[in-house]
Design a protein. Sequence first.
Length: 389
Amino acid sequence: MTAVDDLDRNPAVAVRLAVSHAEDAAVALAEISRQLASARPSFILLFVPNRLQPEALAKALHGALADTVVFGCTTAGQITSRGYEDDALLAIAFERKHFRVASTLFSPISPVSIADVVSQTERLASQFRATPGRKRLALIFADGLSKQEDILVAALEAGLKDIPVFGGSAGDGLRFEKTQVLRNGEFHSNAALLLLLETDLAFSGLGFDHFQPTEKRMVVTRAIPEERLVLEINGSPAAQEYARMIQVPVEDLSPKIFAENPVLVRNRNLYHVRAIQQIHGTNGLTFLSAIDDGLLLTLGRGKEIIRTLDTGLSVCDKDGDAPDFILGFDCYLRKLEIERKGLDMEASDRFRQRRVVGFSTYGEQHLGVHVNQTFVGVAFFRPKGGAPL
């Protein structure tokens, strides 16, 4: 596949895209509305940069997209048809010819009631009557600062049973102050949005990172699990011991260092990243996934990130056809590492060539597991008889 296949030169059949870089919320939404004037969406996903105020967007939504169902969330960056961006208001309109949607909001989610999530999810699935010949999947967008995604996604898997779940945690740039999800014209914190989709398109789930385990291991010896906070590793102050193991001065620890030196947790034969968000106080480490006393952590070593990105996105259907588009949820720490290595243009090229749109997340949800520093996505393929790529 070459760049001629990108979404600007060869638009998707099943979705329409709109982007605005306007600094005013009302102006940005007016631009989005004009770009989508000929679309006939079942619903729109709106991915919001942290420079736009959600309250202003919510107010302007009633005029700009009054007759359209709009969902979305705040982000730590966007993936548009150009690749990585930081200041783009991105709208993805899912054509009603190919998609139906039902939604529910879990609020509050801190703490999560597993019984309530399962019950609410089962009720949504039963009320959303299946259409013969169509397939189902679910998308989840959660408050990325709630610290509840691990339990939430496990409960969703129980409630949805054989319906696959993909998603991303809402972001707030690199501020880590407030993240929100959008439903029915309102933004919500301490909440999660579940979308149940039905489509006539074939689709394939994606999930990959670029790390492999090393021989360096450590044990969490003091933690506050409900806060995802580790105070001690190997019996020493957590930040100091982590810095010692990666051979970096503790004062140099930063999100970019964390991105390049993740810790992994083994689940059977698979390793999942447990990403470090930031230093807490002087010696604590706040994580982006579940953590507990006695947990064995393995230091990860990165593989070539562009090569693994290219390989991971090289997906096709049973006939060998490329996707119509890929809806992507990409951890913000991956983007930080890519930028630190000066590879952001190459990564954006791969996203363009592989027809990826989506956002940078504070965590990713993939088939019942909450993960970090991972690309999670859904590749949707054109119905047979449509225009070839």
